[in-house]
Design a protein around this ligand. Structure first.
Ligand SMILES: [Zn+2]
Length: 388
């Protein structure tokens, strides 16, 4: 081959790889650019960026809005923490349903819907699932991101060989350096995920949040599913709430946060702030390792034949029937009911910390679907519409 042909071939290959890069990253760029819309209820009081509490995250994707719903009547305070793990979308969607429908008669409620915004801007490597899912409403569809578990490497890279948790010095897996539920209580000089944990811990301390509810979803092959996990100071409230929910609404277990497992909200927020730390898990078949195609339908219905096979062989930690699956309505409804009951219990155990709050119940969501509780941004007052 002569020189000219060689140069021509090289330029051709370069152009072809550039074209592949542009086409191949189309979905990734669309996911990163897309913003979810929320129409807050009339109980909305104010919002402030998370960096109000710690300047070290200002200007990053982690500087998310904190929404406040304050009754003005003395009482307790609650923080609902959604989206710590973005690929567990019943968590941010529960936070959105709360924000769109909440009424507060006593105390105040803080909501962060996308605690790890960065993690919601990419999918999990190798899992080949869609970037979005859509929820039907009476006025059209609402689109939400399905993200990853950890902070996007575009925001935080490279990973250490071993992640050393601060301040316990416990050694964790390398990717846990980007896992918001392994980096609490956080530190001001740490990596971006640790700084975000620190900002949330600071919010809890400065606003004197009485109860923090960290909202998650779990795979059904994992023992901590359909469960509250609570710091020992919140143990009794969680036990009461789980008992009442199991008797009246849906099966709910409870367990106490292990002292040897570091970095998790239910351990560190309980140890490093005055707040009662509660974490909730639903069953989410989508993130189990052995399901079939990871489609939008699987995200919305949780119906999967391989999951049924696992259930038939007694390998799951929650009841499963492929006919009913584990729908997004069911999972969001569980979180709405689970948060409402444990907040009510805090008021029973500590009357001065009572928070008078209501939002759609588990039964209402199961009957009408979450779409019935999501409002049309085109018809709402501009001051109540936020992009997220
Ligand atoms: Zn999680």
């Amino acid at each position: 081959m002569n020189d000219r042909a060689l140069v021509g071939r090289r330029v051709g290959l370069l152009l072809a790889s550039l074209a592949l890069m542009v086409v191949g990253t189309k979905d990734i760029r669309a996911l990163r650019a897309y913003r979810e819309t929320v129409v807050v209820s009339e109980a909305f009081t104010r919002q402030a960026p998370l960096s109000t509490y710690f300047d070290g995250i200002r200007g990053t994707l982690m500087d998310v809005p904190v929404f406040v719903f304050d009754s003005g009547v003395p009482g307790g305070s609650v923080l609902i923490l959604g989206g710590a793990h973005a690929y567990e979308p019943a968590s941010p969607v529960m936070a959105y349903v709360v924000m769109e429908n909440i009424t507060v008669t006593q105390g105040k409620v803080f909501v962060i819907a996308r605690a790890n915004m960065s993690a919601s801007t990419l999918g999990m490597l190798g899992n080949a699932y869609p970037p979005f899912f859509r929820v039907k409403t009476p006025w059209g569809e609402k689109t939400y991101r399905i993200g990853d578990r950890e902070t996007n490497p575009l925001e935080q890279w490279p990973d250490p060989f071993t992640f050393v948790h601060y301040p316990s010095a416990q050694n964790l897996a390398y990717q846990d350096s980007r896992n918001l539920n392994r980096t609490f209580p956080g530190r001001p000089g740490g990596n971006l995920t640790e700084r975000t944990s620190f900002a949330i811990s600071e919010l809890i301390r400065r606003e004197q949040i009485d109860m923090t509810i960290d909202v998650h979803e779990a795979s059904m092959g994992y023992p901590v599913v359909s469960t509250y996990v609570c710091h020992q100071r919140a143990e009794e409230m969680c036990m009461m709430a789980a008992m009442i929910l199991s008797a009246e609404q849906f099966p709910m277990k409870t367990e106490t946060s292990p002292k040897s497992l570091r970095g998790l909200t239910h351990r560190e927020i309980g140890d490093f702030t005055e707040s009662f730390a509660v974490l909730m898990e639903t069953p989410e078949p989508f993130i189990d390792k052995f399901v079939g195609p990871m489609t939008e339908a699987l995200m919305l219905t949780g119906k999967d034949e391989f999951m049924q096979t696992a259930a038939d062989r007694g390998l799951l930690y929650a009841e499963y029937d492929m006919k009913t699956g584990a729908t997004l309505d069911y999972r969001v409804g569980r979180h709405l009911g689970g948060a409402a009951e444990v907040i009510k219990q805090m008021g029973e155990f500590y009357p001065a910390k009572k928070v008078g709050v209501s939002w759609p119940t588990y039964a209402a969501v199961m009957e009408k679907g979450i779409g019935a509780f999501l409002h049309d941004p085109a018809k709402a007052a501009a001051a109540r519409v936020f992009r997220h």
